[in-house]
Write a protein that binds this ligand. Structure first.
Ligand SMILES: NC(=O)c1ccc[n+]([C@@H]2O[C@H](COP(=O)([O-])OP(=O)(O)OC[C@H]3O[C@@H](n4cnc5c(N)ncnc54)[C@H](O)[C@@H]3O)[C@@H](O)[C@H]2O)c1
Ligand SMILES: O=C(O)C(=O)C[C@@H](O)[C@H](O)[C@H](O)COP(=O)(O)O
Length: 540
């Protein structure tokens, strides 16, 4: 692929495409180009003169040629004239550009303001005659086309050009993973600063009430969600739940069911979960069970929830007998991994999330492992206060996107975990036992790190992998600040809990092991002595 614009801006005359586009280019340190200026350069005269001399069809042909050339030969921010997307060949060019990863941004300004600005400027052949009436007619024709053609929609009502440009920059830089599947409605995982801005657009206009489920440590992020929801016109019902695993409990779910009943939640209302994986697991569980299922959206705020828990539809609670023993597969309508929320995430909880990131590298995407290796020291030193705008932010965004893609790959093909999805459970057979035996004082991602080393030892004992790969598990996880050993209980206690793992069948244990990096396999009913010996090897 050659050069292509970082973003193409479309929208009505007067929406501010040039003004805002120039600001965006400056913020991103990129060149800016305006299609109309390029056309004037090409034809050697001003556009009104060209229109008058040769007419609109000839102008549209030149416009299309110039734009399609620029789509392959310009690598900055490119603003198009208001009428350009109405030409078929321009739309085709933009569709190909999107397929190659391009961003076509519909700049949606307040129509009244845009109309006034367009009429003030003059020199617009399309507005000859009654300018207001012409503008309104064009708006009615063009708005639905812009909306369809664009893959990024930036609403700037009442904002200054700089504020609009900042918002557009965030949205251009956003990454999206599309989750599909034959048994689910598709949804997007949006990753970026400001990703939460998509809340209302994703919930749509059906819900009247929205239950905003969150924990206390993420209060400032749920406050932002509440503001966005209120702006979207919803009646917001704030539901504070106990933090971390204490929130994943039947009495918490029961308390929320009572509130939803008392506060009149119907099937068309919705739930938004804001917080770490425990909060999003619980929010999803309540959504799955209330009236047998209502719409929900996750706003994960921990790294672990962003890369794993918020996506894929495993919802649930713990019981006194073990981790996640009650729950359902119920997919969200959208997931917003807003990187701004990481600016309050404590270092140890960030590092914990790297456990699931590494797991995804081991089972599917070796590039994740390479990124982890080359940025281990910076990742380990994660500081929420300096994170946003730092070089590390891009690295973390890339890791989140890649890990979510690994998750999407498995859940799209096998939502209900008939086989393939079990690979996401690499390291979890032991991890869940550790969490339970440690009374949930051990963080999930830390337990998964130890569990991956255990699975590697088991695989090595049974001849699947060599010692080097076991050592690599230890050295990589250790370099990230993750634990690789545990000695908190007897083998018999661990074994009893591993038999309650959801992969177990009858009296037989079932593990996921690797036979090489990126290639997991199922291990059914392994020899008892290997199961025990692998455990001895992860003890301190
Ligand atoms: N459903 C799934 O597919 C899936 C996948 C992986 C993990 N999980 C579950 O997710 C849970 C682990 O998630 P977790 O690691 O996020 O733990 P967590 O939800 O317990 O959150 C960890 C702590 O960090 C706080 N926190 C979260 N975001 C914060 C922020 N931005 N600023 C300040 N504090 C913040 C939380 O309030 C909590 O105190 C486990 O229950 C695990 O079983 C589920
Ligand atoms: O999505 C999955 O499937 C996973 O197994 C992802 C795991 O990382 C996650 O911890 C999940 O909650 C484990 O689920 P469980 O079914 O083993 O309870």
């Amino acid at each position: 692929m050659g050069r292509q614009p970082v973003a193409v801006i479309i929208g009505m005359m007067g929406a501010g495409k040039t003004r805002v586009g120039k600001e965006v280019a400056q913020l991103m340190g990129l060149p800016f180009a305006d299609a109309d200026v390029e056309i004037e350069h090409e034809v050697g005269m001003r556009i009104p003169d060209y229109f008058q001399r040769y007419g609109e069809p000839s102008f549209r042909q030149v416009e299309s040629d110039v734009i399609n050339d620029m789509l392959h030969d310009f690598d900055g921010i490119f603003a198009l004239g208001g009428g350009a997307p109405m030409t078929r060949s321009v739309r085709d060019g933009l569709a190909d550009y999107i397929k190659d990863g391009g961003k076509v941004v519909y700049l949606m300004a307040d129509p009244r303001e845009a109309m006034e600005r367009a009429n003030r400027g003059g020199g617009r052949p399309m507005l000859d005659g009654d300018a207001n009436a012409r503008w309104k007619k064009l708006y009615r024709q063009r708005d639905p086309v812009y909306y369809r053609v664009a893959n990024v929609h930036v609403e700037t009502y009442g904002q200054t050009p700089l504020a609009a440009a900042r918002k557009m920059k965030d949205m251009i830089e956003e990454r999206t993973v599309h989750v599909t599947g034959t048994t689910i409605e598709d949804y997007d995982v949006r990753i970026g600063e400001g990703a939460m801005n998509h809340l209302a657009e994703t919930l749509g206009d059906k819900p009247v009430r929205v239950a905003l489920i969150h924990t206390q440590p993420v209060q400032r992020h749920s406050d932002r969600a509440r503001t966005l929801l209120r702006k979207g016109g919803y009646e917001v019902h704030d539901i504070l739940i106990p933090d971390a695993e204490a929130g994943k409990a039947i009495d918490v779910a029961n308390g929320i069911w009572q509130r939803l009943g008392d506060e009149g939640f119907t099937r068309s209302d919705a739930i938004v979960g804001v917080g770490g994986g425990a909060a999003t697991d619980l929010a999803g569980f309540v959504a799955a069970t209330w009236m047998r299922g209502i719409r929900y959206v996750n706003c994960p705020t921990s790294l672990l929830a962003m890369v794993d828990a918020s996506t894929g539809g495993k919802t649930g609670i713990n019981t006194p007998q073990g981790k996640n023993l009650v729950g359902s597969f119920y997919t969200p309508a959208g997931v917003f991994a807003d990187l701004r929320t990481l600016a309050s995430l404590p270092n140890d909880i960030f590092i914990e999330g790297l456990g699931e990131v590494a797991k995804s590298g081991f089972i599917r995407d070796p590039e994740i492992l390479r990124i982890l290796e080359s940025h281990a020291a910076d990742l380990r030193a994660f500081d929420p206060e300096t994170f946003l705008g730092s070089g590390l932010e891009d690295v973390v965004a890339e890791l989140i996107e890649r890990t979510v893609r690994v998750k999407a790959y498995h859940v799209s093909a096998d939502l209900k975990e008939a086989g393939l999805r079990e690979f996401l459970n690499y390291g979890h057979t032991l991890a869940h036992a550790i969490e339970k035996l440690e009374h949930f004082r051990w963080r999930h991602g830390n337990a998964v790190a130890v569990g991956c080393v255990y699975a590697a030892e088991l695989a090595h004992l049974l001849g699947y992998i060599d010692q080097d790969l076991v050592d690599y598990h230890r050295s990589l996880l250790d370099s990230l600040g993750l634990p690789t050993s545990w000695d908190g209980a007897s083998f018999d206690e661990v074994l009893a809990l591993m038999h309650r793992d959801k992969k177990a069948r009858g009296n037989k244990l079932r593990f996921v092991v690797l036979d090489r990096i990126g290639h997991p396999v199922h291990l059914d009913d392994p020899p008892a002595d290997a199961v025990r010996e692998a455990f001895e090897r992860i003890r301190k």
